[in-house]
Design a protein around this ligand. Sequence first.
Ligand code: THU
Length: 183
Amino acid sequence: MSRTVELVLPAVARSAAATETPLGRLTVPSRAIPERRVLIDPEELGRLRAAARAAATRAHAPYSSFTVGAALIMADDPDRRVFLGANVENASLGGTICAERTAITQAAAAGYRRIAVLAVSCAQALHARLADRSPCGICRQVFAEFASDAPPSLVLIDSGEEGALGEILDLDRLLPYAFRLNG
Ligand code: THU
């Protein structure tokens, strides 16, 4: 029997500010993100992180030598199977696809549309600062396409730290101004 734990995603409050310039007002918008609580299964997260680490060994990264693995569970998959991804680079560098997106596209092609949790592990930057092992902007936007609110879709970022599962974020905290077509 796996035991669930309540995860608290703390509220984030940012106040707006406006600065008058000779050419008009410049506004920094406010954004309040309410606190959220969600039940997570640490064992499932641990298995997902291990799967992401293993997937990184299968990356095709001859140009950067930066290998990344991803492992994903979809909320609308009753079997909660694990979809894997690794970065696949290309001699035409723009043809490269990140680990997160290879996992998400596999799950989408299998017919699933709502991310439960996506684990990512950057093998060469496991102990680096968060920005050096976090999903890139394109992957965040692709994550947004398949993210849900209740329960919130989560990203687990491997920190490589002994005794830690890593850092965890929902979409509001990962990409606060995600683009949405038609609202
Ligand atoms: N990469 C990922 O797979 N995921 C990310 O979120 C960041 C970057 C890959 C792309 C490229 O193959 C290598 O890491 C170096 O940028």
